[in-house]
Write a protein that binds this ligand. Structure first.
Ligand code: G3H
Ligand code: 13P
Ligand code: ZN
Length: 330
């Protein structure tokens, strides 16, 4: 058993408290490899933002859990080396079983999500409570979820949203003891969050998706005032990246994300954690495609992963400064 405290990591409790008081949200960026981690840490150090490093079970399989643990430990030292030791949380994204959460806690994670949102309500409560009871012995914070996001989460695919029912939140939070709650208000995972036919067209010819269900968020806030809320599926799918990917041989069609102004608005409310993965994937892919397409003789991975890392860093700095408002809060 390794305690995250020995690794220099922190849990999310204090970060959420400050985010709630300050009207901003902590970025939760997924990582699977070194370049993503370097970009996240250098962007957050440069903008003085706290950060949640997110590891999905897919990432854990891809990168190996031991390596990921040492990478997160390395990230703490890297931030110090860059001159500003920001608070770093190592968080399991979409944990689907007690055993997985327990194993991550034993491996040094400071925070876990147990996603029982696909289960019948009482089973979600029981599973979430079991994880909370275990995690809290080690001062590890736990995120639960109520309501189902449309789209793909690891191997689970839901065709439609099931919006969070505000009538359930008081009971869920008090019976489970969770530290934060992910809710479903119209976001979804991946790069295809809305269909073109759901959108209107603005003066620049861009597709504008329907607004998130802020009414549900307000209703949730009313029932559990001051309780940290989490927004998954919060990528904005920047059109520049989609265009660039397509210009250099890619085939992304009608990719539509959540407008950043809506995320900015959410960050001012009880939403204390905003999850972004797909935007990073798009930024990296655009940069790699650009290099490989324009310099076909290039075969040194540093020559395409380096620019990908630079593009990612730019994206993350933009998110902390202009979208989540977490810049300067570390
Ligand atoms: O919610 C899903 C995250 O974007 C992680 O995706 O399971 O493909 O690593 P992944
Ligand atoms: P995106 O696919 O919108 O980036 O969402 C990521 C996420 O919610 C990770 O849990
Ligand atoms: Zn998610």
């Amino acid at each position: 058993m390794v305690s995250y405290k020995e690794l220099g990591l922190v849990n999310s409790r204090e970060l959420f408290k400050k985010a709630m008081e300050g009207g901003y949200a902590i970025p939760a960026f997924n990582f699977n490899n070194m370049e993503q981690l370097q970009a996240i840490i250098s962007a957050c150090v440069e903008t003085k933002s706290p950060v949640i490093l997110q590891v999905s079970s897919g990432a854990r399989k891809y990168a190996n859990q031991t390596l990921l643990r040492y990478m997160a430990q390395g990230a703490v030292e890297f931030a110090k080396e860059l001159g500003y030791p920001i608070p770093i949380v190592l968080h399991l994204d979409h944990g689907d079983s007690f055993e997985l959460c327990k194993s991550c806690i034993e491996f040094g994670f400071s925070s876990v999500m147990i996603d029982g949102s696909h289960l019948p309500y009482d089973e979600n409560v029981a599973l979430t409570k079991k994880v909370v009871d275990y995690a809290h012995q080690f001062d590890v914070t736990v995120e639960g979820e109520l309501g189902v996001l449309a789209g793909i989460e690891d191997d689970v695919k839901a065709e439609h949203h099931t919006y969070t029912d505000p009538a359930q939140v008081v009971d869920f939070v008090s019976r489970t003891g969770v530290d934060s709650l992910a809710i479903s208000i119209g976001t979804s995972h991946g790069a295809y969050k809305f269909k073109p036919e759901q959108c209107t067209i603005d003066e620049n010819g861009r597709l504008v998706p329907p607004p998130l269900r802020f009414d549900i968020l307000k209703e949730v806030e009313k029932r559990i005032p001051g309780f940290p809320i989490v927004l998954h599926g919060a990528s904005s799918v920047p059109q520049e990246y989609v265009d660039e990917i397509n210009r250099y041989g890619g085939k992304l069609k009608d990719s539509i994300g959540v407008p950043e102004e809506q995320l900015r608005e959410a960050a001012k409310s009880a939403v204390c954690k905003i999850n972004i993965d797909s935007d990073g994937r798009l930024a990296m892919t655009a940069a790699v495609r650009r290099v490989l397409w324009t310099q076909p003789a290039e075969f040194d991975p540093r020559k395409y992963l380096g620019p990908a890392r630079d593009e990612l860093k730019k994206l993350y700095m933009h998110k902390t400064q202009n979208v989540l408002g977490s810049a300067g809060k570390a």
